[in-house]
Design a protein around this ligand. Structure first.
Ligand SMILES: Cc1cc2nc3c(=O)[nH]c(=O)nc-3n(C[C@H](O)[C@H](O)[C@H](O)COP(=O)(O)O)c2cc1C
Ligand SMILES: [Fe+2]
Ligand SMILES: [Fe+2]
Length: 424
């Protein structure tokens, strides 16, 4: 049999990060796919933390439901349930809230600290029990007092979900970031200076979890950067206690434009696939027309030559994309769908989009692609062009004109749309 058998080990033990601050999370070394879309080459961890102050204990995030036993076993080693005065929920996704309902049953006096946008999610999580607990909505600057320890909250929406926040332990300068600066990397040695090489996991996690929310991540870093930080304690992967600031700097680098464009022009990328050359002729004509505008830098790519992944970086920086596809069996060509599917990792809202293609009899592909572009919240200001079989010279001129119109929309020089009042 080819299954990997784990070496039997005793359960994890609480790990002290600083006096009174413990990791009480769970290791999940067997996980290979996370949230359906992410590969996890050596599993992950669900990091939960307990912070003890002279006036009470705070628990920051919990674990995925299946790992509740490990979590409670560890928590009980560092605190009694009646000592828990605060439960901080930095993120309501199930990988961090799987033990919340049970924890509240055991520590009903704990006040739940959650960002305002987490309230409805918390209600959905706790169902009828919600009314039994005290919930505090916290915003940037609000604090929770643990006697000689203070937790300060930073509202950081969309550093995965809308309700995400970070929590800063003022006296010990530890920042609990939940998904932000986390990664799926399972290593019981816990600290970044002790674990294996997790650079790949860190960037892979950024690419798939944080990159679609680039602007929000940047705003979160604006809040974080002024803080004095001794350690960053995320909810997945290593605790970053050695050179924590370098991880913030690295996030900044990952957020800034990957390909600094050496030109000040708007950028339009034209991608196409073509079986018999008709759509490729259209693509060349669209590119010609668009290039007449000196303020637009036009690039033309044949998707038939390879994989789509390398184009995702280009599209992230581009102002507009146009996709050319023939209709094959009533559909756009798979490579075009592959490219569109890979755009979930980047922000596409507001970019210009367009589609064109040759067809034989039904020609659905162009409208299907346009509708997907709109689904990605792109604007599609010019109706796409369909041409039956190979284009004639006048039809190629129509394609050039289509390109000209796209460029005009990119540079803000498009003619205002003529409204046909008769059709209203
Ligand atoms: C296998 C195959 C299936 C096709 N299915 C459709 C179809 O469902 N609807 C349609 O309008 N045209 C269909 N066509 C016709 C193509 O869209 C047409 O030949 C087009 O001009 C090809 O453009 P290209 O030269 O850019 O590949 C099909 C062509 C092939 C080869
Ligand atoms: Fe998440
Ligand atoms: Fe998570």
């Amino acid at each position: 049999m080819n299954t990997v058998q784990p070496i039997p080990r005793p359960g994890p033990v609480p790990v002290e990060l600083a006096p009174g601050v413990h990791w009480v999370g769970a290791l999940d070394p067997g996980l290979r796919v996370f949230d359906v879309i992410l590969r996890t080459a050596n599993g992950t961890s669900y990091n939960s933390y307990a912070v003890r102050g002279s006036g009470g204990v705070a628990v920051i995030d919990t674990v995925k439901a299946e790992f509740s036993d490990a979590f409670f076993a560890q928590l009980e080693q560092v605190a009694r349930y009646d000592e828990i005065t605060a439960l901080v929920l930095n993120h309501l996704e199930p990988d961090h809230t799987g033990a919340v309902a049970e924890l509240l049953r055991r520590a009903p006096q704990a006040r739940i600290h959650v960002a305002p946008r987490g309230l409805d999610m918390l209600r959905a999580l706790l169902k009828d029990d919600f009314a039994d607990y005290q919930v505090v909505k916290v915003r940037t600057g609000d604090t929770a007092d643990l006697g000689d320890r203070t937790l300060r909250f930073l509202t950081t929406p969309y550093v995965h979900w809308p309700e995400t926040q970070c929590t800063y332990l003022e006296e010990q300068e530890i920042l609990f970031t939940c998904d932000l600066m986390g990664c799926h990397f399972c290593d019981e040695r816990l600290f970044n200076d002790a674990v294996g090489d997790f650079r790949f996991s860190f960037e892979y996690y950024f690419d798939h979890i944080m990159r679609p929310f680039r602007r929000h991540v940047s705003e979160a870093l604006d809040l974080i950067e002024p803080l004095a930080i001794s350690a960053i304690a995320p909810a997945h992967g290593p605790v970053l206690r050695s050179h924590p600031r370098e991880y913030i700097t690295h996030y900044r680098r990952l957020l800034t434009k990957r390909l600094a464009s050496e030109v000040a022009q708007k950028t339009l990328l034209i991608f196409y696939v073509s079986a018999y050359g008709a759509t490729s002729q259209m693509a060349a004509a669209v590119a010609e027309g668009a290039s007449e505008n000196p303020d637009v830098r036009v690039s033309l790519f044949d998707l038939a030559v390879g994989e789509v992944a390398p184009f995702v970086d280009l599209i992230e920086e581009a102002d507009g994309i146009v996709l050319g596809t023939p209709t094959i069996n009533g559909d756009a060509v798979k490579t075009v769908w592959d490219l569109l599917a890979s755009l979930v990792d980047i922000e596409t809202k507001g970019k210009l989009g367009g589609a064109f293609g040759s067809y034989g009899w039904t020609g659905e592909a162009v409208a299907m692609v346009e509708s997907r572009l709109q689904g990605l919240k792109m604007r599609v200001p010019v109706k796409g062009i369909r041409i039956k079989l190979h284009p004639t010279l006048p039809e190629l001129e129509d394609c050039r004109d289509y390109g000209r119109q796209l460029s005009a929309h990119l540079t803000g020089t498009a003619e205002p749309r003529e409204i046909d009042f008769a059709s209203l």
